[in-house]
Design a protein around this ligand. Structure first.
Ligand code: SDX
Length: 373
């Protein structure tokens, strides 16, 4: 049992109108819209609009934001120049963190921090992250870069730039739903990191760089990649239970399970489980899904801990043939919508975020000169 307050549990760090969670009931909403309504109905661009304008777009507003995103998909000069080097030297999340940080240097709005410039920068960042991830992957594999297709949605365009072929409609729709599901999640660690940075009145690129850095860790966004590594290690559904029991006996965490806020089903996992099943049936390759099911059963029997968003996302991305080490960058390609909206919300009603502490070091003591130590 963690000490009360450890990890800021239960502390309200900011007011937000962007998303809400009722952990006991397993309810998640974006600006008042239940995730169970958004997942089957909304496209990702509608969610970007919703998070930034606090209303769903009209058909015209949706077309406008889609056009704006499509126009902003090319990385700017400095980031584009860096990419071959990053592809050769960096792990994917380090690439993304560096590329976003570098983007600030040649952003068309420069160091303008007005509300209007910050909105343009926010949409630009939403537009460009998938291009960075796809270009990185193609360059490291020695393949030609596929330019963005302005006629495609964010979801379909990412799969196209990554693979060089247009995705079938069902795959594009499923990936679009993944982007919708990952878009925002109240005061998670990366969003909090972004808000802490923004609250010093640092610039939006710096805040997003901080968020990417925080998402990278395996206790947060990095878990989805670890889930796929675990599934691969288990190999056979029949080996899942022993693997989990063994891990728990060694007091090791099982990635993709548990949550600070949800103590029952994470509502996003409900959709991701369903989509993993659909893709298992469609591809005729049920193994990852079956192993996942066995892991879930074992975790329920042994610890009564539920899967979180990262657990079935791993199987879905695996079925979509997204390379495992790109799972966390793909999470970022969605969460950039929430991060940028939170940063703008922070600027709009800012106060420096500076928590207090509980000192546990030695009591006051006398200084000892170096010669007497
Ligand atoms: C995300 O916050 C968000 O909203 C994040 C996120 C988002 O959308 O932004 O939802 C995305 O980050 C999902 C979480 C991804 N991380 C993992 O899947 C890593 C594995 N999970 C954990 O380590 C853990 O559950 C956390 C980090 C997610 C939450 O940690 P807490 O709230 O600090 O809980 P804890 O580690 O103190 O655990 C409480 C108890 C402990 O048992 P006891 O000591 O009380 O007996 O639950 C156990 C833990 O041992 N436990 C687990 C476990 N998760 C919790 N035991 C085994 N495996 C696990 N995964």
């Amino acid at each position: 049992m963690a000490a009360p307050g450890k990890g800021l549990e239960g502390v309200v760090a900011a007011e937000t109108a962007l998303s809400d969670i009722e952990g006991k009931k397993g309810i998640l909403s974006y600006v008042g819209y239940d995730i169970h309504d958004l997942a089957p109905n909304a496209v990702f661009e509608e969610v970007i609009y919703l998070l930034h304008h606090l209303e769903l777009p009209t058909p015209r507003q949706l077309d406008e934001i889609k056009d704006q995103i499509a126009r902003e998909r090319e990385p700017n000069e400095f980031a584009a120049q860096l990419m071959p080097y990053l592809a050769e030297k960096c792990a994917p999340m380090s690439m993304l963190r560096t590329a976003v940080s570098a983007s600030s240097a040649t952003d068309p709005d420069g160091w303008d921090t007005s509300e209007e410039a910050n909105y343009r920068k926010a949409i630009r960042l939403c537009a460009v992250l998938p291009t960075m991830v796809a270009q990185y992957d193609r360059l490291r594999r020695g393949e030609r870069i596929v330019p963005p297709d302005p006629t495609l949605s964010q979801a379909a365009n990412f799969l196209y730039m990554l693979k060089g072929d247009k995705a079938d409609d069902e795959s594009a729709r499923i990936f679009d739903t993944c982007l919708v599901l990952h878009a925002d999640h109240t005061m998670n660690a990366s969003t909090f990191a972004a808000r802490v940075c923004a609250a010093t009145l640092s610039d939006i690129h710096s805040a997003i760089t901080a968020a990417i850095a925080a998402l990278k860790g395996p206790l947060h966004g990095g878990a989805n990649e670890q889930v796929m590594r675990m599934i691969k290690e288990i190999e056979e559904p029949s080996r899942a239970r022993d693997y989990i029991v063994n891990r728990l006996n060694k007091k090791e965490k099982v990635m993709g399970f548990g949550h600070r806020v949800y103590k029952g089903e994470d509502p996003r996992a409900t959709h991701l489980r369903r989509m993993a099943k659909e893709l298992a049936e469609k591809t005729g390759d049920g193994r990852n899904y079956e192993i996942s099911q066995e892991i879930e059963k074992a975790m329920m029997d042994e610890k009564e801990i539920y899967p979180n968003v990262d657990f079935y996302a791993a199987s879905v991305y695996g079925y979509l043939r997204i390379p495992t080490d790109l799972f966390t960058p793909v999470f970022a390609c969605s969460r950039i919508s929430g991060w940028t909206a939170h940063v703008r919300e922070q600027y709009a009603d800012n106060r420096l975020i500076r928590p207090d502490h509980a000192y546990v070091g030695p009591a006051p003591r006398d200084w000892v000169p170096l010669s007497q130590r």
